[in-house]
Design a protein. Structure first.
Length: 59
């Protein structure tokens, strides 16, 4: 097993969402699947978290 830092990106109607997490997996494909599963677990507890950092640029 190897450690992977996985970044998932989703284009949404009102913006782009990134999920970055570290997982242990036997392959890159397994790492992506693990990251997706971790995201689904976290989103189910969305009331327990908030955004802790931001970057705002004037257009």
């Amino acid at each position: 097993m190897s450690a992977y830092k996985v970044t998932l990106k989703s284009e949404l109607p009102r913006g782009t969402f990134y999920w970055v997490t570290n997982v242990n997996a036997d392959s890159e494909e397994e790492a992506v699947a693990s990251a997706e599963n971790l995201f689904l677990e976290q989103i189910n507890t969305a009331n327990d978290w908030d955004f802790s950092d931001y970057d705002a640029e004037k257009l």
